[in-house]
Ligand binder design. Structure first.
Ligand code: DC
Length: 243
């Protein structure tokens, strides 16, 4: 397992731990990925998508034919899995598995359906949390995930927990699917959103929950610009300008 942030990536002054980390957590479909990437651009930070790492490991598990109901077998895969993350100049994360760019393959429905089981395995989480800390070391970075403010960077300079109703989140995902030219059924998408929420928030290790000191923001009725304006203000107030 290794991390290879692009050499051109701006490495700001080394902050103490997570002082220069903006942690953005919340369930799928809250606009987290879009918000994190655009926020990072606005404030001059880099963006790290931790979900993409869990997806890459899930792909490795599926490719190796490991049964999803066997946490021990999943854990045994970890030492042989090599995940790299490259952050492009525009903030896009490219994810490599054993040297191959899998940025597209990690977005399939098959991976989405399997990722909750894989990300519930403690050995997977321990390895990826260490990788996330390593990649973020000394950087001004917006880190997007489920447990960034609670586990990965409990000392993050700003913690945000984005929420939205299950219906609003399913509607967004449904429209995204249609935009991508994929067939999509709203009721099925809603059921999948509810299923994944349940699995992610009830798992024993690092369940999805807001940190006590996180700023809660319900994006159901907010425009993207409204969310970004408020978050930009908070970043400037709590962390300041990029160094
Ligand atoms: O953000 P996403 O939908 O791409 O994340 C995929 C899955 O990875 C999600 O179901 C939960 C898991 N995940 C996690 O357990 N911890 C994180 N920090 C990020 C994602």
């Amino acid at each position: 397992m290794s991390a290879a942030p692009e050499a051109s990536a701006s490495a700001g002054a080394a902050g103490a731990g997570g002082a220069r980390v903006v942690a953005i957590d919340g369930p799928a479909g809250t606009g987290k990925s879009t918000v994190s990437k655009l926020l990072a651009n606005r404030v001059g930070a880099q963006c790290l998508d931790t979900g993409a790492m869990y997806r890459a490991v899930t792909l490795a598990v599926l490719d190796r034919g490991v049964p999803l109901d066997d946490p021990k077998a999943i854990a045994e895969v970890m030492p042989g899995v090599d995940v790299d993350v490259l952050v492009d100049a525009d903030g896009t994360n490219r994810v490599f598995l054993d040297g191959t760019d899998v940025s597209d393959r990690i977005r399939t429905a098959q991976v989405s359906a399997a990722v909750s089981a894989v990300s519930a395995v403690p050995a997977v989480r321990t390895t990826l949390v260490a990788l996330q800390r390593k990649v973020s070391q000394g950087r001004f970075v917006v880190v997007e995930g489920r447990d960034v403010g609670t586990v990965v960077f409990p000392d993050a300079g700003l913690k945000v927990f984005l929420t939205a109703t299950a219906q609003a989140r399913a509607q967004r995902r449904h429209l995204q699917n249609l935009d991508l030219g994929q067939s999509s059924d709203y009721d099925e998408v809603l059921a999948a959103v509810n299923r994944r929420d349940h699995l992610d928030s009830t798992r024993a290790v690092s369940p999805l929950r807001a940190a006590d000191d996180a700023v809660l923001m319900d994006t159901s009725d907010l425009t993207l610009d409204q969310v970004l304006d408020e978050l930009t203000r908070l970043v400037q107030q709590r962390i300041g300008a990029p160094q």
